[in-house]
Design a protein around this ligand. Structure first.
Ligand SMILES: CC(C)(COP(=O)(O)OP(=O)(O)OC[C@H]1O[C@@H](n2cnc3c(N)ncnc32)[C@H](O)[C@@H]1OP(=O)(O)O)[C@@H](O)C(=O)NCCC(=O)NCCS
Length: 201
């Protein structure tokens, strides 16, 4: 198991499942799919991005430059792991999975996943989450992986429950969306739990 000194996210692996391949971003060929994913109103809502309304933010030249810089620098980050989700059926990038907010002392981090419209509801999110979380525990030696999911996102909640994330508590009124307050549930998996069920509790 990795210790505090070796717990390093600088290595960007390729993880292969039955439905997806998780691999480092290739900005040139992934940009179109990533743009589509980020400009999708449902994704903006379900991740609590944007300005808290259904109005989509402008994608102007500045936004495009920020976007290209962001995805062009993910492979150089040593404190977070961002991987593209590639749908094996189309060989196309359909989203991303991320381990971020690394706390080396406590061997913990946050997990997030975002698939564009063409990647959803076919099991890709479940497999991507299982692959990435498994890599975090089995290869990186993490002890705890946590996340937050909004109450208006039962599909994501179902995926996390299925993989063995345990609900820890509720962040009440964590998000204001379209004039309504929305709760978020904090969930986590610990290494001993993962070692027992490997994402199939
Ligand atoms: C959340 C997300 C990663 C899930 O990935 P996915 O590939 O669409 O989901 P899967 O097909 O693997 O699994 C979805 C599961 O939820 C179930 N489901 C779908 N819609 C549901 C709903 N409205 N209520 C409850 N369960 C639902 C499906 O039946 C399936 O469960 P099953 O395997 O037991 O049948 C993906 O939809 C996504 O990126 N959505 C937009 C962004 C987002 O929500 N990110 C997460 C933020 S916390």
């Amino acid at each position: 198991m990795a210790d505090q000194q070796t717990l390093d996210f600088a290595v960007k692996p390729t993880l292969t499942g039955e439905l997806v391949v998780l691999r480092p971003f290739i900005v040139g060929s992934d940009a179109e799919a990533l743009r589509e994913m980020l400009q999708d109103p449902e994704a903006v809502k379900l991740t609590g991005s944007g300005d808290g309304t259904a109005a989509m933010p402008d994608w102007d030249a500045a936004a495009e430059a920020t976007f290209l810089d962001w995805y062009g620098t993910r492979n150089q980050q040593s404190d977070r792991l961002d991987l593209a989700v590639v749908d094996k059926a189309s060989a196309r990038c359909v989203g991303e999975v991320v381990l971020n907010d690394l706390d080396r002392s406590n061997r913990s981090c946050n997990f997030r996943v975002l698939l564009g419209p063409c990647g959803r509801n076919r099991g890709l999110g479940t497999e991507s989450t299982r692959l990435m979380v498994g890599y975090g525990f089995e290869r990186l030696g993490l002890h705890r992986i946590s996340l937050e999911v909004y109450a208006f996102n039962p599909r994501a909640r179902r995926v996390y429950d299925k993989i063995g994330f345990v609900a820890e508590g509720m962040l009440r009124d964590a998000l204001r969306w379209d004039g309504e307050w929305v709760d978020a549930t904090v969930m986590s998996i610990l290494a001993p739990e993962w070692n027992r069920h490997h994402g199939r509790p």
